[in-house]
Write a protein that binds this ligand. Structure first.
Ligand code: NAD
Length: 484
């Protein structure tokens, strides 16, 4: 196997309020390659004192109006400058992310292209966003004003940190907020490169901080009285705790959580047309994507045929070095994550599901946290492998008898984040899509759309990111009444 591991830069300072400063403690994060299992870099780990400094800086920036009193034209230009600065750093960001998280280069490229797109999209939306409107009712009149919510604490996971931070930052800044971002302990280095881009873009002092750290540091940010709104992306378990913490002071909260999304394949679908989008949407980034389509619902009449076709396609995916051009799946992010996925594969076997392909570590790859793309057939929707988020390249194929049953199975989930319908008849596909209780659903394709509203039904989350709704998530509504 080749190993084109790129150089990953270590860092010594933390990005607080737009400046590079010494961390409050000597605590550091060792970054370990998921491919070689060797330490490849080290960065400072933020502590509670660093969070306090960042929140103070964000509060001062917000209260001073240094950002909100800039003209709209200047704020739009600033958001576009961030996009330019990210673009200028794309090669290093992409290779750093592939090195520290194990994402194949194509996945890394796609995530970072999205990051640029979020800044450009929110700059464009800011240009014409309606921050107020006049209203008349009965004998009265007034103005509805949409104001920035204040200081935002943004907590993000490791699976696409530059894109995730950019999604939150670009929308929050477009709304007029200041932001403290807390990336995960895993894969933190690319967020230092994002901080460099933000520094180069010349935003007002105090406006943005990026402080990677562990869960207690995240909890400190959530509990901080100086934080008006928490925007969280991560597991449903953590989201529930965060929502409880926010309740104590009625802090505003948006939650982007886990998923167990379903794809319904109707009996007239052409399987070969389904695979090009279904495969990346289900096991791309080794299934470490919240919106991964991991339950595939196939008609009983063509179930065997479909399982054979899908199994063969998954078996053919190349697992290996993230830097090799033909690699489709890299390693999982950590040993802990691989153990979790292997546990689930064991649970699936015990539950009586049949392994069609995969189910273990790829042969001949002793180093690196690799796992084969795995397909389970003969799965019942009540099995744990059909109900719980695995966050690995594990797909379950569930048979259904008619569309009523397919819709019922798709909706029989605690989650509701994404999904897909593949049908030979577009109208039928549209009708089925409307019946699925999920925040986003694709007809005759599958994937992730984050420039327009994205978020979960049920335990997949609360609120939306992306599009005008994404900016709205960082605004408060005030009514100024005249002539009451
Ligand atoms: P995680 O919830 O363990 O951690 C995510 C982030 O939250 C990390 O920065 C972590 O340090 C922090 N955190 C964890 N517990 C916290 C707490 N109690 N208080 C404050 N901060 C806390 O998730 P993970 O394992 O890193 O990521 C995988 C999960 O994220 C999956 O469930 C996946 O579905 C979800 N995810 C959701 C989306 C989405 O947009 N819906 C996107 C990506 C990932």
């Amino acid at each position: 196997m080749t190993n084109n591991q790129a150089v990953v830069r270590s860092h010594d300072k933390l990005f607080i309020g737009g400046r590079w400063v010494d961390p409050a403690t000597s605590s550091r994060i060792d970054v370990v390659s998921p491919m070689t299992e060797e330490k490849i870099a080290t960065v400072p780990e933020a502590g509670s004192v660093d969070i306090d400094r960042a929140v103070d800086a964000a509060r001062a920036a917000f209260d001073s109006g240094a950002w909100t009193t800039l003209s709209r034209k200047d704020r739009v230009a600033a958001l576009n400058r961030v996009a330019d600065e990210i673009e200028a750093r794309l090669p290093e960001m992409i290779s750093t992310f592939s090195s520290e998280v194990g994402a194949p280069l194509a996945v890394s490229e796609a995530f970072h292209a999205m990051a640029v797109q979020f800044w450009r999209r929110n700059a464009q939306l800011l240009q014409s966003y309606d921050f107020e409107d006049r209203r008349r009712w009965d004998q009265s009149a007034g103005t509805v004003v949409r104001e920035p919510v204040g200081v935002v604490g943004a907590i993000i996971p490791w699976n696409g940190p530059v894109a995730n931070a950019s999604l939150k930052l670009s929308a929050a800044l477009a709304a007029g907020c200041s932001v403290v971002v807390k990336p995960a302990r895993e894969g933190p280095v690319s967020t230092f490169l994002l901080a460099e881009a933000l520094a180069a873009a010349g935003l007002p002092e105090g406006l943005v901080s990026i402080l990677p750290g562990d869960r207690p540091v995240g909890a400190h940010l959530v509990d901080h009285r100086g934080v008006d709104k928490v925007s969280f992306t991560g597991s449903t378990a953590a989201g529930k705790k965060i929502m409880q913490s926010c309740a104590a002071r009625v802090a505003r909260v948006t939650l982007e959580l886990g998923g167990k999304s379903a794809a319904i394949i109707t009996d007239d679908a052409v399987f070969e047309d389904v695979l090009p989008s279904l495969i990346p949407a289900s096991v791309g980034h080794s299934g470490q994507v919240c919106a991964a389509v991991t339950r595939v619902l196939a008609p009983r009449s063509r179930y065997t045929e479909f399982v054979d076709v899908l199994g063969a396609a998954l078996r053919g995916l190349r697992v290996g070095d993230p830097f090799a051009p033909d690699t489709i799946l890299g390693p999982l992010v950590s040993e802990r994550q691989r153990t979790r996925v292997e546990n689930y594969i064991g649970i699936g076997r015990e539950e009586g599901a049949r392994v069609v392909t995969g189910g273990g570590r790829p042969q001949g790859m002793e180093r690196g946290w690799f796992i084969e793309p795995t397909l389970f057939a003969d799965v019942d929707n009540s099995m744990r492998i059909a109900r719980e988020e695995i966050f690995g390249p594990v797909v379950v194929a569930i048979p259904y008898t008619d569309i009523e049953e397919a819709v019922a199975i798709a909706n029989d989930s605690e989650y509701g984040l994404s999904g897909a319908v593949y049908s030979g008849d577009h109208e039928v596909g549209q009708k089925i899509a409307r019946r699925i209780r999920t925040g986003q659903i694709f007809v005759n394709s599958a994937g992730l759309c984050l420039t327009e509203p994205f978020g979960g039904y049920k335990q997949s989350g609360l609120g939306r990111e992306g599009g005008v709704e994404g900016i709205g998530a960082f605004l408060e509504t005030k009514l100024i009444v005249e002539n009451a």
